[in-house]
Design a protein around this ligand. Structure first.
Ligand code: CUA
Length: 329
């Protein structure tokens, strides 16, 4: 809770309203520093709205009954204006509106302003996967982050508009190609879900990632282990990691089933029919070209939907990926 403490005292009578959120009746557990403010304001607006709706419905029913047509009823000239009445329903609403504006504005500023020295993690969104890059260059498809300290996401997209949303943290931000968007949180240890919340194509609803928040020591250990693990891996194992981390898995199966793109099973060294009627053997150079310039040799029956990985995949990652594809017989 970062907004002014005096204000909290004034609104103390509504404080218990905010605690409903922690029970998870409407919302998931509040797992970040920003969640309590967001939920408090949501409940504040929600209960005022509920009261307003009930009042209007009750008055409507009452007037329908009171002024119903009946025997001997004479229609009178109705008044068109009543200053006292209009002031009466306008003035009492001004303080709650100021509260909504104040908490909304300060909460928004808090959400938009990461504290200095936040831990930076780069996020890359693409159809249909998330890749997280840590300060030491390690990449993963699961978001790991230290608990109890500000963590900043520096996010960009390689293709279309996506949106980064972790419901338990109450944070959400559009991820746009060609620029960086940021977002920050200070979260409790636990496992959460990250969802893409901007429609981005066929598999938008599958564009999920696991979020693991760990105490700093555990996080550092994880990062160390993962980083050295990749260095120690055989090319085939490393290729399998690249396959998952770069999001290939979203469109290419390894068991022969067709998803969005051709399966990788049995791909290597086999003849591939192309959209222009010719054929090509899927050797190292063909696979490399398909990663860097996917539309150069389009496979028959598939649309030109794959984004290029030019500039985002290293040569040794391509080599590892090819080694992995070779194992899929
Ligand atoms: Cu990415 Cu929806």
């Amino acid at each position: 809770m970062t907004f002014d403490a005096t204000f909290l005292g004034l609104a103390g009578f509504l404080a218990e309203v905010g605690t409903i959120g922690t029970d998870g009746f409407w919302f998931p557990k509040q797992a970040s520093n920003l969640a309590a403010t967001v939920d408090w304001l949501w409940y504040f607006i929600y209960y005022i709205s509920v009261a307003g709706v009930l009042l209007v419905l009750a008055l409507t029913a009452f007037f329908v009954w009171k002024y119903r047509a009946r025997e001997g009823h004479v229609e009178r000239k109705t008044s068109t204006h009543n200053t006292a009445l209009e002031l009466g329903w306008t003035l009492p609403l001004i303080p709650p509106m100021i509260v909504m504006f104040y908490v909304g504005l300060t909460g928004y500023v808090d959400l938009r302003t990461p504290p200095r020295g936040a831990y930076d993690i780069n996020v890359t969104a693409r159809k249909w996967a998330w890749t997280f890059t840590y300060p030491n260059g390690h990449q993963s498809d699961t978001l790991h982050a230290p608990a109890g300290e500000p963590v900043r996401m520096v996010m960009t997209s390689e293709d279309v508009l996506h949106s980064f949303w972790i419901p338990a943290f109450r944070v959400k931000q559009d991820v746009v190609p060609g620029r960086y968007a940021t977002l920050w949180f200070d979260a409790e240890p636990g496992e959460y879900v990250l969802e893409c919340t901007e429609y981005c194509g066929t598999k938008h609803s599958d564009m999920l990632a696991k979020v693991v928040i760990q105490p700093r020591a555990e996080f550092d250990k994880w990062l160390d282990e993962q980083s050295s693990l990749l260095a120690r891996m055989s090319p085939e194992e490393a290729g399998k990691q690249v396959f998952a981390n770069k999001g290939c898995v979203a469109c290419h199966s390894t068991d022969g089933t067709q998803i969005i793109g051709p399966t990788f099973k049995g791909l290597y060294n086999h003849e591939v029919p192309l959209a222009d009627g010719t054929k090509v053997v899927a050797d190292e150079n063909y696979i490399r070209e398909s990663i860097l310039d996917p539309q150069a040799k389009l496979v028959a029956g598939f649309g030109p939907v794959m984004p290029t990985f030019q500039g985002t995949i290293k040569d040794e990652e391509i080599t590892a990926l090819i080694a992995y594809i070779k194992t899929l017989k």
